[in-house]
Design a protein. Structure first.
Length: 251
């Protein structure tokens, strides 16, 4: 098979997943956007967390031109991306009990806030405990995960539960177990992961919904502009000053 055909197959697979999420998660996307708008309107703060490659989707909605200025990254040292050495340490930390509670207790998160937790499998101790601990503190939790993992894998949390079991709203990314869309006779392992493409699009759809929901209530959404357009920095300085007590990445 030619390389160009493989590229086309990957695009087709990613587009198919995006269409599926758009159509089958429409209600959950609307509910998640409304919940974020509720949190902003009532003075709450917004946080996002993901481990490993799931952190890419979390970072994509933090300090982002066209995004809500109030979304903050909840950082767990050693699991934000693959910059930790060795990279396998990040995967190991996801299975450590107690880490999520320590991080939340040390964070600014409090009752009335909202936390978006992204975990493709939703089976590791870290995202499960993060969701459980956040709800115990009085936060609302939106989980972004592939529900397929709950029927095809075993939980790695002592409770035997998954991320989806501890969320106010679950957004199903529909990613097949293994996160690889392509196969070929001459390649021994499946390849072509699409979870980042789908999850980031899913969350941007939620954020767009939240912005619209705020505007419908007569509240100007606290959006950031690109610093590469004229007036962008001045706009962002105004927003950050107005909402400074709810933005933690500028301190």
């Amino acid at each position: 098979m030619s390389d160009s055909k493989l590229a086309g197959q990957f695009f087709d697979a990613a587009i198919g997943l995006l269409q599926q999420v758009r159509d089958e998660d429409a209600g959950e996307i609307q509910a998640a956007g409304a919940l974020i708008a509720d949190t902003v309107a009532t003075g709450g703060r917004l946080f996002a967390f993901g481990a490993g490659h799931s952190s890419l989707a979390a970072q994509d909605i933090v300090y982002r031109a066209g995004g809500l200025a109030l979304m903050n990254l909840l950082v767990v040292p050693g699991v934000v991306g693959v910059d930790v050495m060795p990279a396998t340490l990040g995967s190991a930390l996801e299975r450590v009990d107690g880490l999520a509670s320590v991080v939340l207790d040390s964070s600014p998160a409090r009752s009335g806030d909202l936390l978006v937790i992204i975990s493709l499998s939703g089976r590791n101790a870290l995202p499960v405990e993060m969701a459980m601990s956040a709800r115990a503190l009085g936060l609302k939790v939106i989980g972004v995960t592939s529900v397929a993992y709950t029927t095809e894998t075993e939980s790695r949390h002592v409770s035997g539960t998954y991320l989806k079991d501890h969320c106010d709203i679950v957004l199903d990314s529909r990613i097949p177990v293994g996160d690889a869309e392509l196969t070929q006779d001459t390649v021994q392992a499946p390849f072509g992961p699409a979870s980042t493409v789908v999850t980031t699009a899913l969350l941007q759809a939620v954020m767009a919904t939240a912005a619209g929901a705020l505007a419908d209530r007569g509240i100007e959404p606290p959006l950031l502009r690109s610093g590469n357009v004229d007036g962008g920095h001045e706009w962002n300085n105004r927003v950050m000053t107005e909402y400074g007590d709810r933005i933690f990445y500028q301190h």
